[in-house]
Design a protein around this ligand. Structure first.
Ligand code: NAG
Ligand code: NAG
Ligand code: NAG
Length: 407
């Protein structure tokens, strides 16, 4: 069973980590992670506890960072957790990893001097040389058959036609790998952290999400119905909860655990066996109504309602995360916090970049002009010019430089 960190303990940890991190500025832990995890989840007995009991043993420590100006004077540890890295598509993913780390270098150089922003990636092949060149430290899982205790009885059966369970389950199974941070960012890899993110943490330790795209009338009624017969809180004005989450480790782990719970429940009760097969849902015949392919979004929707209760249990906010890189917004400290590349050929496009189409007249910007969202394009271009070893070295020395400046 999950146990909250003691308040005093978490303060000691912050100081302890800061100490260690002065030496290792960016610590990137790669945890061995098997992509067919779902097939080896142990089937245990059915869970009999009602929803209230599920949450009554859950509390988060008081928010130590309620006020941003004073938080900027304190050590704050943020970690970006990326749960998906495809080995078969490794060249694409390495591009994205490099530019994402390039944006973390930008963070290291501009965030408050006592803050640290790490990156954790769960991946199958921890010895990939390109990843090691990027300065990652590997901490393989302790035991290949280690499983989350007393998990849902139907997980294995229900999730066999839902490969994207892998994009959420490691957050549940490996919550200890991020539990010592102050804030966790659950994000995809094809993203950029912006100048606005450099000096930002969630106000009042709120759980923050971006925007999803699944809340039509039919789906909202369906989700309200499930919440109603399950006896959990539901607020119909909370719509389209995005897949990028930022929160304290305790909240992220709890929301992830309940997301998996609701995914299994919905799959078992609210989808027919035929609708659950990839052969059926792969063609998205009824999109966007009740589409099995976005089961994790439906699960997240119920979990956010259940765990946060519209801010009554914990503050909840939807902010400008996953802002598209095709937008012309300004990337200043007042701009979006986080940019995401989508399937599109419009500038800045990850597929055009991946195919190295940004050459000649459409070459990417060679310097940073923050008055338009060239930020993504500039960082992506700059990540190509840098070697992995060079990028790792700059990440390592960035904080030392800021510390020297302070002295
Ligand atoms: C990843 O690991 C598998 C099994 O351990 C191995 O067969 C494969 O070659 C590795 N792939 C890469 C790209 O290193
Ligand atoms: C529902 O959520 C909105 C914000 O999204 C909030 O203003 C409102 O108070 C909530 N209502 C209830 C009944 O919790
Ligand atoms: C930066 O972009 C703005 C908006 O497109 C443009 O007006 C300005 O001239 C650019 N600055 C430089 C130095 O290129």
């Amino acid at each position: 069973m999950w146990k909250p960190l003691q308040n005093t303990k978490s303060v000691t940890l912050v100081q302890g980590c800061l100490f260690a991190i002065t030496a290792f500025i960016i610590l990137m832990t790669v945890v061995a992670y098997h992509s067919y995890l779902v097939y080896r989840v142990r089937i245990s007995g059915p869970r009999t506890t009602p929803p209230e009991a599920v949450l009554s043993d859950f509390s988060v420590p008081p928010c130590l960072f309620g006020d941003l100006p004073s938080a900027r004077q304190q050590p704050v540890l943020r970690v970006v957790v990326v749960v998906y890295f495809s080995i078969p598509q490794k060249s694409t993913y390495l591009d994205q990893l490099k530019w994402c780390m390039r944006s973390l270098l930008e963070m290291a150089e501009t965030e408050p001097p006592l803050w640290r922003t790490d990156l954790i990636i769960y991946m199958e092949n921890v010895t990939l040389p390109q990843v090691l060149d990027l300065g990652c430290s590997t901490a393989p899982r302790r035991n290949a058959f280690q499983v989350y205790p007393e998990y849902e009885r139907n997980l294995q059966e229900q999730m066999k036609e839902y490969p994207y369970l892998d994009s959420i389950y490691p957050l549940v199974e490996h919550s200890s790998s991020y539990s010592k941070y102050d804030f966790v960012v659950r994000s995809d890899l094809d993203v950029f952290f912006t100048p606005a993110f450099a000096g930002w943490i969630p106000p009042n330790c709120a759980f923050v999400t971006g925007n999803g795209g699944y809340s039509d009338t039919f789906n909202m009624e369906k989700l309200a119905h499930v919440a109603s017969y399950s006896g959990i809180h539901f607020n119909a004005s909370v719509r389209n909860v995005g897949s990028t989450w930022i929160g304290t480790p305790q909240l992220v782990a709890k929301v992830a655990e309940r997301t998996v719970h609701w995914m299994v429940h919905l799959s078992r009760i609210e989808f027919s066996p035929k609708q659950r097969t990839i052969a059926w849902w792969g063609g998205a015949p009824l999109w966007m109504e009740w589409h099995y392919g976005v089961l994790s979004m439906y699960g997240g929707h119920l979990a956010v309602n259940e765990v946060l209760e519209s801010g009554k249990r914990h503050p909840y906010l939807k902010l400008d995360l996953d802002h598209p890189t095709t937008s012309s917004a300004s990337c200043t400290v007042d701009g979006p916090l986080h940019l995401h590349t989508y399937q599109s050929n419009v500038y800045f496009s990850k597929s055009e970049f991946n195919n190295r189409k940004y050459v000649g007249a459409s070459a990417l910007p060679a310097f940073l002009n923050s008055t338009r969202c060239d930020y993504a394009a500039y960082l992506a271009a700059d990540s190509l010019v840098m070697t992995s070893v060079g990028l790792a070295e700059r990440l390592r020395s960035a904080k030392l430089t800021t510390l020297q400046k302070r002295v």
